[in-house]
Design a protein around this ligand. Structure first.
Ligand SMILES: C[S@@+](CC[C@H](N)C(=O)[O-])C[C@H]1O[C@@H](n2cnc3c(N)ncnc32)[C@H](O)[C@@H]1O
Length: 209
């Protein structure tokens, strides 16, 4: 499915998005918290970190975090929030356009929360790169919208895969990976103009053996 924004340059789109935005809640994504809270901390990679709430929560839990986004604007704000929380030392912020470059190394946790875009993003390839960056014994956590919001006009949102479609697109070796969580979540949500509705999300957690 296409939208009118499809051909906008992704860096320009996301820089404009964050320049016009003033909605910092400071709260991590609840589905990420559910999946990670009980894990022993290690190294973590947060892909599409935005303004940093997940990365800051992970750092507060003891993870050594690398957090990546295409938007320099988002990273600048995230860095300030981390220092405000006295966690500046625990997070390495990096600007990457993940369609072009991917952070080096392997990690005990790789998370991609709502790494979705109305403009170009080779998401399936990036998520396969994410799986490849998980260290043995580590986890891949994917949280994502699986449908347009209830208030959306038909055709205005990009295609959003289901949990099974996302799993299939990862092309994982069943001998190497264990699916620990597959959740479909419907939660109340409010549109940017204040309309009440719901959002359908998925949460996946996979362990690399
Ligand atoms: C829907 S937002 C989600 C942000 C954050 N993870 C959250 O849950 O609030 C998608 C994020 O992905 C980032 N992003 C989009 N395309 C990207 C790309 N090609 N490389 C790196 N980050 C990208 C955007 O800048 C944005 O911060």
């Amino acid at each position: 499915m296409t939208t009118h924004q499809d051909h906008e340059d992704p860096t320009r789109f996301w820089e404009r998005f964050y320049a016009n935005r003033d909605r910092w809640s400071g709260k991590p994504n609840p589905a990420l918290v559910d999946e990670v809270d009980a894990l022993a901390p290690g190294t973590a990679l947060d892909l599409g970190c935005g303004e940093g709430a997940d990365a800051i929560w992970l750092a507060a839990k003891g993870w050594q975090v690398t957090a990546v986004d295409i938007s320099a604007h988002a990273i600048e704000r995230a860095t300030e929030h981390a220092w405000d929380a006295d966690l500046g030392d625990a997070i390495r912020w990096r600007r990457h356009d993940l369609s072009q470059t991917f952070p080096d190394g392997s990690f005990d946790l790789v998370s991609a929360c709502y790494l979705q875009s109305p403009v170009e993003l080779p998401r399936e390839r990036v998520l396969r790169d994410a799986a490849a960056a998980v260290a043995p014994g580590g986890r891949l956590v994917i949280v994502a919208h699986s449908a347009a919001p209830t208030w959306a006009e038909a055709g205005k949102h990009p295609w959003m895969p289901t949990a099974d479609e996302t799993l299939a697109s990862l092309e994982l070796d069943d001998e190497l990976w264990t699916l620990e969580t597959k959740r479909e979540i419907t939660r109340p949500a409010t549109s940017p103009t204040g309309e009440e509705g719901t959002r359908a999300d998925i949460a996946l957690r996979l362990r690399r053996d």
